[in-house]
Each structure stands twice: as structure tokens, then as C-alpha cells.
Design a protein around this ligand. Structure first.
Ligand code: NAD
Ligand code: GLY
Length: 392
């Protein structure tokens, strides 16, 4: 059941800052995510981080703000967050390791225990400031701590701004597989400030771009063409390109999760490339690839497999391979045997009864979900990837 009233205070924040504020935000895009469990707004705007306190004030009735972040992110943005929240009531800060290999139940437990020690009660508001790892862990904490407390995301990586902060997937990895423990839990608000990407290492920015390409392949031919045309400027982080691209992806994700919050159908399209990606990350102990880089390999493998199954015209396959390759060099394909990767894929969340189900492209801007392929076909594609023929 939709609860549109919930978004109203945030909209008044948008109106107030549009006009008379001392340092107004020049351009702000506002996208509503109409999930049945909790509709909310994603704001995309340069300078939004400085307004976080005012935005939180619209959520009212919280007993205290508990910022969950990492030392790496805090070093760059901590002072700005603190300054912005100076009027938002008592603020507590919990920093944890945001390395992918630390996205574990142990980290989750540490954060929960610290919340208890800091006195977080049921009206606590958790503010997740960071990339996808911070967001996924903080989200799972918010979903489960005292059976659920309020959550606001301030995503600071491209990956988190275009994808992970939106849609309510939260969770942690097991050694056996990625994101195998988690919950769907929607935030109350998402504040995406593209200025925060200014301190992001280039490798992390590129990693996020693979996820942007994913949106183009799965349903947005205009975005795909835009990336082909403007990639050089996008890699320079030209604001006008970046802001347009982020907003476009947020709109796409909001549209999809608004129709299928818990992935009972449509939302599966967002997993394009992820069956391969999660296998690569798991096989390498979450140490070799940035998640986005694994998705980059996953897109190449998905295109290869689709072409192999004669689902994808050669011309579209070539465009996908070329665009992914132009983003930059990916860390080498792992040494793992095809059978080892296939074994991991069989315990992927999307698998049913041990049968792997792929999301594969049929054209630029069109995908098919639930595709099964014979072991021999998948093995052959994995062999091609390992032989370095993935992107050629
Ligand atoms: P990340 O969270 O690992 O962050 C990348 C690195 O950048 C980290 O070292 C971090 O400290 C640093 N960093 C973050 N913001 C920074 C900034 N502004 N300036 C300087 N350094 C900064 O990586 P990511 O790509 O954001 O997220 C990947 C994670 O997100 C994976 O665990 C993936 O599974 C998850 N994810 C989840 C969803 C979802 O729907 N929940 C979707 C996509 C990805
Ligand atoms: N990142 C995939 C999803 O949110 O469904």
C-alpha cells in the first residue's frame, strides 16, 4: 500500500532550498521511489551534503543521529557532515572497515554492539555516509537493530549513487558467496551529492561506470548511446554529464524497484552481469576486484554467452564489448577453473534448485531473465574469458 504522505516533509525541504537559502543548491533533481513498504525521495544535487542536517530535520522525532561511515570516507567528508549536522541534535559516529572482505557478519555485529553502547534506541536515525559497502552494512543494521530503525543514505561513490543506495537491498557476504545474508529495507531518504565523487579514486569511479553501462544495456538505448558518445568527458567527471547520468540511472532504478520491490520478477533485470560478477568476487576472496570491475567482466561474459546462444545480434554484442573495454583495463580474469566458478554460480541467490539462471542481453536496451544454458556452453564461455578473448 502506498504511503505518499511520507514524502511530503522532504518535498518542503526541496522547496525551501530551491529559493531563499544562503547557499542555494543550483540544480537539484528529485526522484520518488514508490516502494509499497515505504515510498521515499532521492535527491541528486551538488552541495547537498552541506544541507544534510536541514534535510534530516524534516524526518522529525528521532532521538539522535548515528553516522555510520568508514575512516577512508570520513577523512574527506567528515568535517562537512559534522558541520551540516550541528543543529540536528546529538550526533554519534561509528566508523568501520569498508573493505569488501570486511562486509561480514562480524562487522555487522560490531556496529550493532557499538550502537547499544552509544545508547541508540528505537527512534535512532542511522545516517550511512559512504559507498556500497557502508550502505549495505548500515542498511542491514538498520533493518535488524531493535527490529528496525530509520535509515538515510548519503552515497559517496558513483556505484552507490546510481545503484546501491536505492531500492533497499542490504546485507553482507559469506565466504561461500556474496550478499547471501540480508534483508530488503528501504531508507527514508537518499541524498546523492555528485561533488563527493571529487575525492573518489579513479579506479572506484571507473568501477561505478560499469554499473551505469548496465542500465543502458538493460533498458535505456539513449543512455547507452550517450555513454558511447561522451565517455571521454564522463571520465573527466564533467559535472553536466555526471549529474545527468546519475539522475538517469536513479530514475531507472526507482522505476524498477517501485514496480517490484522484492525481486519477484522485473527487478531481476538489475542482476545483468551479476551471476558472473559474484562468482569472480567469491572465487578471489573479495580481494581482487572492485565490485564494479567484476560487473564489467560480468557484462562481457553475459554478452558472450548471449551471442553464443544466438540471442544477441553480433553488432550489439560488439557495441557492448567495445564500450566496456573503453572504460579501462580490468584486473585479469581469475585463474579459477571453469568448474569452480560454475559451482559458485549454482549457489547464487538467483539459482533455482541448483540451476543457474542468467540475465542476458537480447539487444541494446533489452534483456531476458531466467535464461538457462547447458553446462557445456557456460564452460566454453568461461574458457573464452580466461583465454583473454572476453573483450575481443
Ligand atoms: P565501496 O563501498 O567498497 O567503496 C569503494 C572505496 O572508495 C572504499 O575504499 C571507500 O572507502 C572509498 N570511498 C567511498 N567514497 C569515497 C569518496 N567520496 N572519496 C574517497 N573515497 C571514497 O565500493 P562501491 O563500489 O561503492 O560499493 C560496492 C558494494 O556495493 C559491493 O559490496 C556491492 O555488493 C554493493 N552493491 C549493493 C547494491 C544494492 O543494491 N544494495 C547494488 C550495487 C552494489
Ligand atoms: N543491484 C541490484 C538490485 O538492487 O536489485
Amino acid at each position: 500500500v502506498a504511503q505518499p504522505g511520507r514524502a511530503a516533509p522532504v518535498l518542503s525541504f526541496v522547496r525551501n532550498f530551491w529559493g531563499g537559502a544562503a547557499r542555494p543548491i543550483e540544480r537539484m533533481n528529485q526522484i520518488t521511489v514508490n516502494t509499497p513498504s515505504n515510498p521515499y525521495v532521492v535527491l541528486v544535487g551538488r552541495g547537498l551534503l552541506r544541507k544534510a542536517g536541514a534535510a534530516l530535520a524534516t524526518l522529525r522525532d528521532y532521538s539522535g543521529v548515528f553516522v555510520l561511515s568508514s575512516a577512508r570516507v570520513w577523512k574527506h567528508w567528515g568535517r562537512a557532515v559534522e558541520a551540516s549536522l550541528k543543529d540536528a541534535g546529538p550526533l554519534r559516529r561509528i566508523l568501520f572497515d569498508d573493505a569488501e572482505r570486511a562486509k561480514t557478519l562480524a562487522t555487522y555485529e560490531k556496529v550493532c554492539r557499538q550502537l547499544v553502547r552509544e545508547g541508540a534506541d528505537r527512534r535512532a536515525l542511522l545516517l550511512a555516509v559512504g559507498g556500497g559497502v557502508v550502505g549495505d552494512v548500515a542498511g542491514f543494521v538498520a533493518a535488524t537493530y531493535l527490529r528496525g530503525v530509520r535509515l538515510v543514505h548519503v552515497p559517496t561513490t558513483l556505484m552507490a549513487q546510481v545503484d546501491s543506495a536505492i531500492g533497499g537491498k542490504t546485507g553482507v557476504n559469506l565466504r561461500e558467496g556474496k550478499n547471501l545474508i540480508g534483508a530488503f529495507y528501504q531508507p527514508r531518504l537518499v541524498l546523492a551529492d555528485p561533488q563527493t565523487l571529487g575525492t573518489l579514486p579513479v579506479r572506484e569511479f571507473r568501477a561505478g561506470l560499469y554499473e551505469v553501462i548496465k542500465y543502458g544495456i538493460l533498458g535505456d538505448a539513449e543512455l547507452f548511446g550517450y555513454l558511447e558518445e561522451n565517455l571521454a568527458d564522463i571520465l573527466k567527471q564533467t559535472p553536466q554529464h555526471l549529474d545527468w547520468m546519475i539522475t538517469r540511472c536513479v530514475e531507472a532504478k526507482a522505476g524498477i524497484v517501485g514496480k517490484d520491490e522484492t525481486e519477484s520478477g522485473l527487478r531481476e533485470v538489475l542482476n545483468l552481469g551479476h551471476t558472473f560478477a559474484h562468482a569472480l568476487e567469491t572465487a578471489t576472496g573479495y580481494r581482487t576486484y572492485r565490485h564494479g570491475e567484476a560487473v564489467g567482466w560480468g557484462l562481457l561474459a553475459a554478452a558472450r554467452l548471449a551471442a553464443h546462444l544466438k540471442m544477441l545480434p553480433a553488432e550489439d554484442c560488439a557495441r557492448i564489448l567495445a564500450l566496456v573495454r573503453r572504460v579501462g583495463a580490468l584486473p585479469a580474469w581469475p585463474r579459477s577453473k571453469p568448474e569452480a566458478l560454475m559451482q559458485i554460480m549454482r549457489s547464487d541467490k538467483k539459482a533455482r534448485g541448483g540451476r543457474v539462471r542468467f540475465v542476458l542481453p537480447k539487444a541494446i536496451a533489452s534483456v531476458e531473465t531466467g535464461v538457462e544454458a547447458s553446462d557445456e556452453t557456460v564452460r566454453e564461455v568461461l574458457r573464452q574469458m580466461a583465454a583473454g578473448r572476453g573483450a575481443s
